[in-house]
Design a protein around this ligand. Sequence first.
Ligand SMILES: [Zn+2]
Length: 119
Amino acid sequence: MPPTDTTERLADYEQRYHELAAQIATIGLIHSGSLTRRYTHCATPGCKCHADPPQPHGPYYQWTAKINGKTVTRRLNETEADLYQEWIDNDRQLRALIQQMREVAAKATELKLKQAASP
Ligand SMILES: [Zn+2]
């Protein structure tokens, strides 16, 4: 393999890597955990949640995360749930970008090692 080819490929990988890093800089606040939205049916006879068609109670929002091996939950109102959803989405986006950076870096470091090995 001619050295210029390796150099070009390495430059491509490094450019891609820096583009991904730049995207990380634009991500807003992040938060761990996940969000659930729940509707419930109560035990009161004749309640609207047992009507036909049923109108269940809710939505109720709950945030759940594992912290130090313990499951932590928090009840949220709709406004809080919207915020949490945004932060949790950002967190997912961040992790996806890091994963892509790892993949690009794996290829780039392989080429760098090859370069270092050749005289
Ligand atoms: Zn009910």
